[in-house]
Ligand binder design. Structure first.
Ligand code: NAI
Ligand code: MG
Length: 352
């Protein structure tokens, strides 16, 4: 029997609450499809930081380097600055394991109310491809002349040819497999070094993908279009910062961040890829059993796809979609009154 070893990092807040149903559902479809999934759990979190002063142990990355995938809940907690939790855990994993594609599917599901009237099920179905390793999220720069009238902060963006080309290559290939359309997020009118470079590489890459109809939009106008006319998009590719903002916006358009999944992919498969819901640790509802587990379930479904178990992954997502379409059992963020466990039980009931 095929066996997959997953590094499971529940993290903080609702992280563990949403991973429990996700792994239960994975186990169920695995049994049905004749493979096994084994989890090694790691307590890396802000809670760990509070006790030990580090989000993860020094050899943390080595401990998960040989797993088949990483499944993560959420990290972050009041009292620990967000840049500490991000740079102490998520960013090292994404960078060390060359997870340079952050993939975020945006689909308006039947039965999920969208705050945007233009977002209708069956029409809105696109993917945001975010560069995940470099760009605006850089530690280069500094604070100068602190406390004086000349005080200033400088933050440098780093865009490399290799880094941009590989994510564009992934995005164009994906557009070719999907609807054949790609939109690049830019801001080359205001950001005069990195963004023109990005635009040039997009045009270069486009030349070798004649089957893909592409355009580029300034990020501000693009944000408006994602709200006003979300059905027009197929693949949107953006830098680390633009992709981050746009994908949360798009997730909200599709009905809320509680349902949005994401994958941090190392397409070459030299390292494990990481799957995590888009949402954070939600301290305001943590411990109450109210969290929507759909973002985690969907992320787990993407993990199964990545492992080569697409049929099992599809079955898991289809079961969740059925529950939503029926409309009687849904969590509070979608206007219902079901608990995390009640929603998860409905999904499990529809699995073989
Ligand atoms: P958040 O996503 O945790 O919460 C934003 C709002 O959405 C809250 O009102 C929350 O109750 C609601 N929400 C989130 N997930 C939900 C779910 N599954 N079901 C129902 N409602 C849900 O974002 P926030 O408040 O900005 O951040 C809280 C902490 O999480 C911070 O420490 C932040 O750094 C961290 N964070 C971590 C992320 C990660 O691990 N990748 C991503 C985003 C934030
Ligand atoms: Mg974000």
């Amino acid at each position: 029997m095929k066996r997959y070893r997953i590094a499971e990092i529940p993290g903080d807040g609702i992280g563990a609450e949403v991973l429990a149903p996700a792994t239960a559902a994975v186990d169920r479809v695995a049994r049905h499809h004749g493979f096994a999934v084994e989890y090694d759990e790691f307590d890396w979190s802000c809670e760990r930081y509070a006790h030990t002063g580090a989000m993860m142990p020094e050899d943390g990355l080595d401990r998960i380097r040989h797993h088949d995938a990483i499944l993560l809940g959420a990290v972050g907690w009041p009292g620990v600055p967000d840049h500490v939790s991000l740079w102490g855990l998520l960013i090292p994993i994404r960078r060390e394991f060359h997870q340079y594609v952050n993939l975020r599917p945006i689909t308006v599901l039947e039965g999920v109310p969208s705050p945007v009237t233009a977002a209708r099920p069956g029409e809105v179905d696109f993917v945001v491809v975010r560069e995940n390793n470099e760009g605006e999220y850089s530690a280069d720069g500094g604070r100068y002349d602190r406390g004086t009238a000349d005080e200033r902060a400088v933050q440098e963006s780093v865009f490399t040819r290799t880094g941009v080309e590989r994510v564009l290559s992934y995005a164009f290939d994906l557009a070719e497999r999907r609807g054949g359309r790609l939109t690049s997020a830019t801001k080359s009118n205001g950001i005069v070094h990195t963004m023109p470079f990005w635009d040039e590489l997009v045009a270069e890459r486009a030349a070798s993908h004649s089957g893909v109809a592409w355009d580029q939009e300034h990020i501000d106008a693009l944000a408006a279009k994602v709200v006003l006319d979300p059905a027009r998009f197929d693949v949107i590719v953006g830098s680390n910062l633009f992709g981050d903002i746009l994908s949360d916006l798009a997730a909200a358009v599709a009905g809320g961040i509680g349902i949005a999944p994401s994958a941090n992919l190392n397409p070459e498969r030299e390292y494990p890829s990481m799957f995590e819901p888009v949402h954070g640790s939600a301290p305001d509802i943590a411990g109450k059993g109210l969290a929507n587990p759909l973002g985690a379930l969907w992320s787990a479904s993407m993990m199964l796809d990545h492992l080569g178990e697409a049929e099992a992954g599809g079955q898991l997502l289809a079961a969740a979609r059925e529950v939503l379409a029926e409309g009687t059992v849904r969590t509070g963020d979608l206007g219902g009154s079901a608990s995390t466990d009640e929603f998860a039980a409905e999904v499990l009931r529809r699995l073989p």
